[in-house]
Design a binder for this molecule. Structure first.
Ligand SMILES: NC(=O)c1ccc[n+]([C@@H]2O[C@H](COP(=O)([O-])OP(=O)(O)OC[C@H]3O[C@@H](n4cnc5c(N)ncnc54)[C@H](OP(=O)(O)O)[C@@H]3O)[C@@H](O)[C@H]2O)c1
Length: 308
C-alpha cells in the first residue's frame, strides 16, 4: 500500500467534514459517504468524490469512519447496506475515529477480522475549528503495521498522532480525555461565575487564567464562548454525556472511583433535561450562572481563541 491509496470516508458530520476536507485538500484520493448526502456534497469542491452507497467504499484500500456512537459504527460497517454488505469486496484497513467504548471497539475488530480487514482504533482530540487550525491529535491502537500504513494519511489531517499499543487501548485514552473535558469545563464555569459574581468581568478573569500556568489551549479556545456567549455548537451535550457514561462504565469495570466524573455527568444530564441540546456543551456556564442567580450578558469584548 502506498501513500496514494484510495481512501473512503464514512460520516461527514462536524468532525468528519473538517477531517475529510483536509485529506482531500492535501491531495489524497478520497471518496466520502454521509447518511445525509447534502452535507457531503460541498466536499466535491475540495476534490472529494461523493459515494451514493456505503458498499462503494469497500473498493478503497483504507476507510475512515467518524460517526456518533458504537451502535452507529456497527450499522455503517456491518449493518445491511453497510460497508461490508457486499461480500465480494472489503477494504484492507478501517481507521475508526469515533469516540466509542473499549468493548464496542473489540467487537468491531472481530467483525472486521472475519473479512480479513485490519482495524486501527484512532479517536481524536479537538473540534472542527481545531482541525481547520491544523491542531488535531490522533491517539491510535491496533497492529503497529496498521499504524505505520495509516500515518501518512493521519499526518495530512493532523500534525500529532500517538501510538499507544495493541488492541483498544486508544479508546480508554480518549474516554479519559473527554471525562477531563467535561470536568474541566464544569470547573471553568464555576470559577468564572464565582469571579463575576464577586465583580470581575469574565474577559479579565479568563485573560488572567489563560496566561497563568493553569491556562491551556482548551481554556483559550473556549474563552470567546464564555466571554461573548457564542454557543454555536462544536460538540453537543448529548455526545459529551455519552463520553462521561463511557468513562463511568469503564470506572465500574476497573473499580476506580470517579466522584467528579459522576457529578459532572449529572450536571450535563441537567443541561440536556432543560432542553439545552441544540447549542454547545459550554452552555454549562449558563446553567451555573442560573444556579447562582447571575444573569449573564455578552461582554462584547474581542478575545482571541488562540487558534486563528
Ligand atoms: N465535535 C467534537 O468536538 C468532537 C471531538 C472529538 C471527538 N468527537 C467524536 O467524534 C464523533 C463525531 O462527532 P461530531 O461532533 O462530528 O458529530 P455530528 O456532527 O453529530 O456528526 C455525526 C455523524 O455521524 C453520522 N451518523 C450518526 N449516526 C449514524 C447512523 N446510524 N448511520 C449513518 N451515519 C450516522 C451523521 O450522519 P448525518 O449527517 O446523516 O446525521 C454525521 O455524519 C463522535 O463520536 C464524537 O464523540 C467529537
Amino acid at each position: 500500500m502506498t501513500a496514494n491509496a484510495r481512501i473512503g470516508w464514512i460520516g461527514i458530520g462536524r468532525m468528519g467534514y473538517a477531517m475529510a476536507e483536509r485529506l482531500a485538500k492535501a491531495g489524497a484520493d478520497v471518496t466520502v459517504w454521509n447518511r445525509t448526502r447534502a452535507k457531503a456534497e460541498p466536499l466535491a469542491a475540495a476534490g472529494a468524490k461523493i459515494a451514493l452507497t456505503l458498499p462503494e467504499l469497500a473498493a478503497c484500500e483504507i476507510v475512515f469512519c467518524m460517526v456518533s456512537t458504537w451502535d452507529d459504527v456497527r450499522e455503517v460497517i456491518a449493518g445491511s447496506g453497510g460497508l461490508l454488505s457486499d461480500k465480494s469486496r472489503a477494504p484492507k484497513l478501517v481507521i475508526e475515529c469515533s469516540s466509542i467504548s473499549l468493548e464496542g471497539s473489540a467487537e468491531l475488530r472481530a467483525l472486521l477480522a472475519k473479512r480479513g480487514v485490519e482495524l486501527l482504533a484512532a479517536p481524536v482530540s479537538g473540534n472542527a475549528k481545531v482541525i481547520k487550525a491544523g491542531r488535531l491529535s490522533f491517539v491510535c491502537s491496533g497492529p503497529k503495521s496498521a499504524y505505520d500504513t495509516a500515518l501518512p494519511y493521519l499526518r495530512m489531517i493532523a500534525p500529532a498522532a500517538s501510538y499507544v499499543g495493541e488492541g483498544e487501548l486508544s479508546r480508554i485514552v480518549k474516554i479519559c480525555h473527554n471525562v477531563f473535558l467535561g470536568v474541566v469545563t464544569q470547573s471553568l464555569s464555576e470559577i468564572t461565575v464565582l469571579a463575576q459574581k464577586a465583580g470581575v468581568p469574565r474577559h479579565a478573569f479568563l485573560e488572567f487564567i489563560n496566561q497563568s500556568v493553569m491556562g491551556s489551549t482548551f481554556s483559550r479556545y473556549k474563552t470567546p464562548a464564555f466571554v461573548n456567549l457564542d454557543f454555536k455548537v462544536t460538540f453537543t451535550p448529548q455526545l459529551l454525556r455519552k463520553d462521561l457514561d463511557l468513562g463511568l462504565d469503564a470506572a465500574r469495570r476497573y473499580e476506580v472511583p470517579m466522584p467528579l466524573a459522576s457529578l459532572t455527568r449529572d450536571i450535563i444530564q441537567t443541561l440536556i433535561g432543560r432542553g439545552m441540546t441544540e447549542q454547545d456543551f459550554a452552555q454549562l456556564l449558563l446553567l451555573e450562572a442560573e444556579a447562582s442567580g447571575v444573569k449573564l450578558a455578552p461582554e462584547n469584548v474581542p478575545v482571541s481563541d488562540g487558534l486563528s
